[in-house]
Ligand binder design. Structure first.
Ligand code: 15L
Length: 269
């Protein structure tokens, strides 16, 4: 693969990915509303608002693979989620189809399944349980990936990312954390694996306290190099400084579950 487009290129996750993918792909296209401040010689910035289909087409032109990190990255009001994550994701897949892009790696999220209780171990075949409008938009993106793979032959990897950071920052993150280097490994699988058609995997490091069966990723060759448990003492100390969250502490999605919550947590089996 010669030319890869990264959307959401000025964000935190993109900055780590660009670092870990340096030297892997000869030409990197970067799109976002504003340029990152540190363009490398093989990187080209293309400004694009995901809500603007023509701008997305211009950003996509010439790419063979796309890493779609763009959009709104936390819970937000419906108009924001609708524009950035629903319409924006559709624009991205449709622009990719029209421009002959071969592969898309979609940054899905653990919030597609955030309402599973923490004691349950789940795999990618369990039904979705979004914990927010944001989580619903990630389910939508995975569904688009499935449609474009089956109908148009695009190769798609949806990565349900836990929490990307250099270290896990609290108790919940000891289960869902992914080191940027491990995320880069999954992204490369999405862009390069010869047998990939359409898969959903969990974006998580080798975490002893993990909740997810990541067999789908293992089958594609994923071998995470980082372990949350190596940082357990710091993460648990940080957790002790946080206030309790009676709803969020029961479910995988944490604080996304307790936002606006007025249901009955005891009935969520
Ligand atoms: C996500 O999907 C968000 O993009 C990120 O900001 C974190 O909140 C993460 O989930 C998480 O669950 O920790």
């Amino acid at each position: 693969m010669e030319t890869v487009l990264i959307t959401g290129a000025s964000g935190r996750v993109a900055a780590w990915l660009r670092r870990h993918l340096r030297g892997v792909y000869p030409r990197i296209l970067l799109s976002d509303l504003e340029p990152p401040h540190d363009l490398a010689p093989n990187e080209e910035f293309r400004a694009a608002d995901l809500a603007d289909f023509d701008a997305v087409c211009r950003a996509v032109a010439g790419a063979e693979g796309i890493v779609h990190l763009g959009g709104h990255s936390v819970e937000g009001p419906w108009p924001t989620i609708l524009k950035a994550n629903i319409e924006g994701c559709y624009h991205l897949f449709e622009a990719a189809r029209r421009h002959g892009v071969r592969r898309i790696v979609f940054a899905s999220s653990n919030h597609a399944v955030g309402f599973y209780p923490r004691r349950r171990r789940i795999g990618v075949d369990h039904r979705v349980r979004p914990d927010s409008r944001y989580g619903v938009s990630k389910v939508f993106g995975e569904a688009l990936g499935s449609l474009y793979a089956d109908k148009h032959g695009l190769r798609v990897l949806s990565i349900r990312i836990g929490n990307v950071a250099e270290r896990p920052v609290d108790h919940r993150r000891l289960s869902i954390w992914i080191h940027p280097e491990d995320l880069a490994q999954l992204v490369r699988i999405g862009l390069e694996h010869p047998e990939l058609r359409n898969e959903v995997v969990f974006g998580v490091s080798d975490n002893e306290r993990g909740w997810w069966d990541n067999e789908a990723a293992r089958r594609l060759g994923y071998r995470p190099r980082h372990r949350a448990e190596d940082h357990a003492a710091e993460a648990l100390a940080a957790q002790r400084r946080l206030p309790p969250d009676p709803v969020g502490d029961r479910f995988e999605g944490g604080g996304f579950c307790s936002l606006e919550f007025d249901g009955d947590p005891d009935t969520i089996a």
